[in-house]
Structure formats: structure tokens, C-alpha cells
Design a protein around this ligand. Structure first.
Ligand code: PGA
Length: 266
């Protein structure tokens, strides 16, 4: 059984004070809705796992508020090297040091700025080696979709990201299928279509790493997820949760998404 995971990607928003306030409010909103949040990656039936990924500067403030709660902390990027002369970069051990368990890697907004499949592969390996759980983002651009290349694009991205990863590390990893045209646009894939592509991603993993790994990896949908559309996504058999951008910036809306996921999960 795969425990659903709901992940917040704040992108480049919120100060330390706003992050601390959000953390407090999120825990209150979850308690008010009696959401059964699992502190572990694999929880009990009926539970849902939650991670919030603020900008680097807010990790300490948010982590301080979430410490001791079942809500996990994550980052939005990292470098593949363990240390060195890499101005402006952050290493996996530094993320662990401030309490991160997850790290988003290969987000389309980073790929658009030039991040390559090979760089994502190095980052995934470094994250896993350090004990962080990578949330690997894959997804096709609108012109690729129109050209019928969705399957080829996501297959290439998944293959690259998981190359060189041992079965144990791979089984812990998370993939987020985010069609680029659905991110921040208010447009979203139909739950059936997202389920189909995520099924293809799982098949790719099965061929690459075996059925056991494919069955264990949590694969999320991302792209304009809101409280009122998350239910049908998580009700699909292949979809194990959501990566939420814009709607995760509001603690109440994010708590409602988590609640809807708990209620509707397949
Ligand atoms: P969105 O972003 O929910 O604002 O569409 C999703 C993401 O970029 O992960």
C-alpha cells in the first residue's frame, strides 16, 4: 500500500515570519479537520503524509514550528556535490542539518532555466546517498504534448533521473508528474489522462528497476491543484497524491487539499 503524499511547493514566496505563522496555522487547520497525518513515509491505512517545501531562507523558521509534528520539511533544490567552491549553492547535508527529509528536484521552472536531465540525475543520486527523499518532477511542455511526445518526454526524464540509483533508494523516491502547461495556469490535466501518464511512468520504472520498485514509488500529480479538484486525482488508482504550488501558499487552502486527499484517496 502506498500512503498518499501531499507536497507544498512555495517557490519564491514568504519571509521567515510568514513561514512561522503559516506553520502554526497549518497545524491548527489540520487538527480542526482531524486529518490523520502520517509521520512516516508508509503510514497506516487512511493516513496521508504531508511535506512543505519553503525557500531555503525559511527552512529554519518553518522547521522550528513543524518540529515534533508529523508534517515533514523539504527544500526546492540542491547541488550534487557534498561541499566545495559552488557560490550560491546548497548541499544535501546542509538540508539535512536544518531538518529536511525531502527535496524537490528537476522542477520544470528549473529545467526551463537550463537544468538538464544529467544534472537532475546527479542531484537525485546525491540526495538519495545523503538520505534525503527526492521528489523528481517530470512533465511535457505544451508543444511536446501537441506533437504527441508526452510519453517519450516523461519516459526520457524518468529513465535519466533513476539511472544509477539502487533499488532501495529508488523505492523511497517520489515522482511528480507535472504537465508544464498546467503549472500556475488554472488549466489542469483530466484525472483520467494524468492517471494514464502516471501508469506509463510506473511501467517505465518497472522495466528499469523491477516491479517491486515500480509498485513502491509514490507518483504525484501536479499542476493547478486546488481544494475542489484534488479529490478526483487522488481517487485514481495510479495517483498517489499531489504537488501543489499556488494553492499551497494559503495554510487553510492547503489543509483543505490534504483533507480532501485523505477522504478521496484510492
Ligand atoms: P501550481 O504549481 O499548483 O501553482 O500549478 C505546481 C508546481 O509548480 O509544482
Amino acid at each position: 500500500m502506498r500512503t498518499p503524499l501531499i507536497a507544498a511547493n512555495w517557490k519564491m514566496y514568504k519571509t521567515t515570519a510568514e513561514a512561522a505563522q503559516y506553520g502554526k496555522q497549518l497545524l491548527e487547520e489540520l487538527a480542526a479537520r482531524q486529518v490523520a497525518v502520517s509521520a512516516a513515509e508508509r503510514g497506516e491505512p487512511g493516513q496521508v503524509a504531508v511535506v512543505v517545501c519553503p525557500p531555503f531562507t525559511a527552512l529554519g523558521a518553518l522547521g522550528g514550528v513543524l518540529a515534533g509534528s508529523p508534517v515533514a520539511l523539504g527544500a526546492q533544490n540542491m547541488h550534487w556535490e557534498a561541499a566545495g567552491a559552488y557560490t550560491g549553492e546548497i548541499a544535501a547535508t546542509m538540508l539535512l542539518d536544518v531538518g529536511c527529509r525531502y527535496v524537490i528536484l528537476g522542477h520544470s521552472e528549473r529545467r526551463q532555466m537550463g537544468e538538464t536531465d544529467e544534472q537532475v540525475q546527479r542531484k537525485v543520486q546525491a540526495a538519495a546517498a545523503a538520505g534525503l527523499i527526492p521528489i523528481v518532477c517530470v512533465g511535457e511542455r505544451i508543444e511536446e504534448r501537441r506533437a504527441g511526445e508526452t510519453e517519450a518526454v516523461v519516459t526520457r526524464q524518468v529513465r535519466a533521473a533513476f539511472t544509477g540509483l539502487g533499488a532501495e533508494a529508488a523505492a523511497r523516491a517520489v515522482i511528480a508528474y507535472e504537465p508544464v502547461w498546467a503549472i500556475g495556469t488554472g488549466e489542469y490535466a483530466s484525472p483520467e489522462e494524468a492517471n494514464r501518464v502516471i501508469g506509463l511512468i510506473r511501467d517505465t520504472l518497472g522495466r528499469q528497476l523491477g516491479a517491486e520498485v515500480a509498485d513502491a514509488v509514490r507518483i504525484l500529480y501536479g499542476g493547478s491543484v486546488k481544494p475542489d479538484n484534488v479529490g478526483p486525482f487522488v481517487a485514481q488508482p495510479e495517483i498517489d497524491g499531489a504537488l501543489v504550488g499556488g494553492a499551497s501558499l494559503d495554510a487553510k487552502a492547503f489543509a483543505e487539499i490534504i483533507k480532501q486527499a485523505e477522504v478521496n484517496a484510492a
